[in-house]
Every structure is written in structure tokens, then in C-alpha cells.
Design a binder for this molecule. Sequence first.
Ligand SMILES: [Mg+2]
Length: 373
Amino acid sequence: MTDMRIDGVETVIVDIPMRRAHRFARAGMSAQPVLYVFVRTSGGVTGVGEGVVPGGPWWGGESVETMQVIVEKYLAPVMLGRRVDEVPAILRDCADVVAANLFAKNAVDTALHDAWARHLDAPVHTLLGGALRSSVPVTWALGAETADVVADEALEKLDSGLHASFKLKMGALDPAADVARVVSVTEKLASVAGVRVDINARWDRLTSLTHLPALAEAGVEMVEQPVPGDDVDAMAAISAALPIPVMADESLRTPADALRLARTGAAGIFAVKTTKSGGLRACRAIGEVAAAAGIPCYAATSIESPIGTAASLQTACTNPATAWGSELFGPLLLAEEMLVEPLVYDTDGLHLPTGPGLGVELDPAKVRAFRRS
Ligand SMILES: [Mg+2]
């Protein structure tokens, strides 16, 4: 066995151009900043992880800049000199040094898993207990533009055969106008594609109870996070009032959150992201809670580049509860391919790569080309 001791931790920020600007309720982005974390071992193996947030700190308070400081100044010293297969112990010690900062910890957790798996010449999913599937369907996320614009984009995507359902962002408009817009899109796509909506915690309980029934009636399949993440009581009340499932995203970060949501009946579906949860191990625990509670999971995205997408995919394919597919379309939004060999998307969805580690290789020339400084 080659030497698994960690002798180097390096970070690089890249700004990857996007095919089109992606809009959220209060934020937008035309390039995606990504922090790559490289963990090197004395045995000559390098693992890579990705720190990424959807366009800025609006979602969870972290950004690539905060992650770089946290990793370089506080987490790297915890890792150096340790064996890369001591992931649980390293993560525990990281948690003793740094509270919260789960997006930064995800980058470290992913890099450690990638390096560990490469030492074993095994895919990361083997370390997570083995894959239950070899691909996941991929929903396409539409932006917050007008009904005509997003319906046209949806129909174009349907023609490609890569996507059979769509998620619309809500919360940028007055609720009544926003509902009218989504009802219009849902009608245009009726019987050809499923429509889901993400309100990104912009509404309160009363607004949700007033306006969401019209969406359910129009045929929307699922409503994601209508109210702020910590308002689990409102999530439960809305779940009880609607005939369609409510998906928890901002409300679900840790396995303890998963347990609380399951116990209170506050979520019909879990949006699982390695980013917001601090990595692959936490997602595995969330998947086990979900499976035990009979709650289906959805592999959600923070608009990862292919590295973070591969980490999410490895996780989703081992999660026994992944029944609502995924939105792992991050690489399809980017204008540049960051890998030597791209991830494979086809009519079955996104395919789990078979190689060691994350199963993908970053293209060093692309990292140099889009490096911020
Ligand atoms: Mg969301």
C-alpha cells in the first residue's frame, strides 16, 4: 500500500463562464465561481473537491472567498500529516476547529474521499457502501424570466430528450403575478413535461397557504421550500394542506435536520446536496434517515462544475431513497468543459462514471485558463 499521508493541501478559485445567465429570486450569475481543493498524499495521489455556492453568499452565507480562507487557514492544518483514509476522524477534528461552514467542509470531504478511493483504485461510491443505480434522471431548472421565455426554453430542452421535467424559480415577483406566470408555463407544458417550483424561502406561511393550492390545481408536481429554512412548523402546516409534496431544501442541511423533518411530517421529499450538508458522509446519513422514514430524495444542485456534480452523483447513486431523480445539470449550464472526458448525459440521465475516485479528471489547462489569480 502506498503512503496515504497527506502532505499537501492547495486551493484554486476559478470563474467558469456560463452558457446563459442564471437568475434566482434576488441574485443572478453569468460566471460560476468555484473553489477547487486539492489534497495530495506522500504516495503521489491527488484528490480534488469543489467548494461552490449558487452564485454568491445569498443562499447559505458562504462564498468561494470565505471557503478559501477557512480551508487554507483552518482546515488544511488539521489534515496535514494524517492518513487520507481517516476521513471520519479528520472531519470530526475539522468540526472542532471550525463551526458551520458546511460548503467549505464539503470541498474538503470530497477531496479526501477522492484521494482515499484513488489509493484503493476504487470508485468513491464503494467507500459509501456501493452503488444502487448507474444513472439518475436530470430535471432542467428554468430561470425567473417570463412565462413565454421559460416555456420556449423548456420545449427546446424536451426536444433534446435529455430532460422530462422542469423546475421553475419563484419568489422574484409579487406572489399573485408569480403564480399566474407559473400556471401559464404549466399549462403550456401540460401532458408533455412535469413542472416543479422552488420558492427559495421567499414566502411566509400565510402567503404559501393562500397561493400554493392554485399551483397544485394547475398541475405543478412539487413545491420546494416555500418558507424560511428554520420555519419547520410552517413547512409541516403547508405539507398537511397541499395535495402535492413539499420538498425541503434550505430546511435540510444536517442529518439532525432530516430526523426533525421526518418526525414532524414537514417534508414530503428531501433535496440532498453534498454542498450544504458538508459532504458525502453527511449525505449518506441523510439518505439512511430518509429511507427509514419513507421519504424520497432528490439529488439537488448548487450549480456545481463537473467535480462537484460527480461527487453529488456518486452520493445519489448510493442513496437508497433517491426516487425523485436529480437536477445535476450544473456542467450543462457552463460554457466550458472542465474535464478531460466530459460526464455523460443522455436520455437515461446522468451516468455514473466507472473510474477510480470521483471517476473524472479535471483538465489542468482549463483550471489555469479560468484561475482568478
Ligand atoms: Mg432549492
